[in-house]
Design a protein around this ligand. Structure first.
Ligand code: MG
Length: 379
């Protein structure tokens, strides 16, 4: 499905609650100022093509399934999306199946965000990416109604947004790996995927051309605490800032052991998903990695960042491979966090939104745009 088709076609869902509305129809609605007074949800699958294959600890992949979502109300459109990397346990069928059950027309007031989230929870307990897609589109809609970007609504200072990292992973083809390393040039911190073997080779290849600070994501790939500690000690000498999910999420006691000895902060990613998990992570990790596709969107992500701060934890903001839609939504939260890893839109070859940009190594929030700050790209 190309972007043009997404713009043209109506939602695939045929359920009563899912009312198709094309962009051309939206233009007409805007001109005529139709006051339907009820939110309409539409959605469309959209596969994200990766620029480089991801070599992760447990698999390799070249694309990520996604679903694009929009909520229309009185001529205003909110955009959202779900991205479903396989390890999250969601796919196009589960997301569209969930969204087909969502009936937002029952909410006369779109600002009842908590009620809407309670309603989404009542449909099914999981489906976090599907819920995130609704949440992001809802926030975009509400920000546009208020005519303000979300960082302002939350009272955040965009100058406090941290540098963002760009992700590289080991590649058996040296030319391809060097091409990835070259792409890190505009960034002031590089995220190195580890846990697949060749961990030190990758860092040495980077260090041959750059002294840039790194952070490491082992993606649960180190299965002994002694090896994890040895890697943390070695990485501390390689200008590394922190290590994300060094060991499998089930190895909580071993992670707590590592944390007591590691010279680098240990950050939870796969270990945690949502708000109640933050407190569980506090015993074994120094910080958490918040992602909208795990947290069910911006509403809970904001709460997670506040709770982690209250617990004295570090906060990292990450993403999946996503279009600029979800990445720009996450960027609205970036002034709250210590580290940002918002490169998901840069890792795909078929973005369909204009949004956040990397300027001088930082994620910028489009300050002049309300809502989440994105504009769909024209054909
Ligand atoms: Mg991670």
């Amino acid at each position: 499905m190309n972007r043009r088709n997404f713009l043209r076609t109506t939602a695939i869902g045929a359920a009563m609650a899912v009312t198709p509305l094309s962009f051309s129809a939206l233009g007409q609605a805007t001109r005529n100022t139709v006051k339907s007074g009820r939110m309409r949800l539409t959605f469309e699958p959209y596969e994200l093509k990766l620029k480089h294959a991801f070599n992760l600890a447990r698999n390799q992949r070249t694309s990520t399934p996604g679903v694009q979502v929009r909520i229309d109300l009185d001529g205003i459109t909110g955009y959202g999306e779900a991205s479903m990397p396989p390890y999250l346990g969601e796919n196009v069928e589960s997301v569209t199946g969930f969204l087909s059950q969502v009936d937002l027309t029952q909410f006369a007031d779109p600002f009842r965000v908590k009620d809407i989230h309670e309603y989404l929870e009542s449909i099914a307990p999981n489906n976090r990416a599907a819920k995130a897609s609704v949440d992001i589109a809802l926030h975009d809609l509400l920000g546009k109604i208020m005519n303000q970007p979300w960082y302002k609504i939350w009272g955040l200072n965009p100058d406090k947004a941290p540098d963002t990292s760009y992700t590289i992973s080991y590649n058996a083809d040296p030319d391809e790996m060097n091409a990835e390393i070259e792409e890190t040039a505009p960034f002031k911190i590089v995220k190195v995927k580890m846990g697949v073997g060749h961990d030190k080779e990758l860092v040495r290849a980077l260090r041959a051309v750059s002294a840039v600070p790194i952070c490491v994501d082992a993606n649960q790939g180190w299965t002994s605490k002694e090896h994890a500690l040895e890697m943390c000690n070695w990485l501390a000498e390689q200008n590394c800032r922190f290590v994300e999910q060094p060991m499998p999420k089930e190895m909580i006691d071993e992670t707590a052991w590592l944390r007591e000895r590691s010279p680098l902060p240990i950050i939870a990613d796969e270990f945690l998903q949502r708000l109640p998990d933050v407190r569980k992570a506090a015993g074994a990790y120094d910080g958490i990695n918040i992602k909208l596709m795990k947290s069910t969107g911006l509403h809970e992500a904001h709460q997670m960042a506040e709770l982690a701060r209250a617990l004295g934890m570090k906060v990292m903001l990450g993403c999946m491979t996503e279009t600029s839609c979800a990445v720009t939504a996450a960027a609205q939260l970036s002034p709250m966090v210590d580290w940002a890893d918002l490169d998901g839109n840069l890792l795909i070859a078929n973005d369909i939104f204009d949004g956040t940009k990397i300027v001088d190594g930082k994620v910028t929030i489009p300050s002049d745009r309300p809502g989440i700050g994105v504009i769909p790209l024209k054909a």
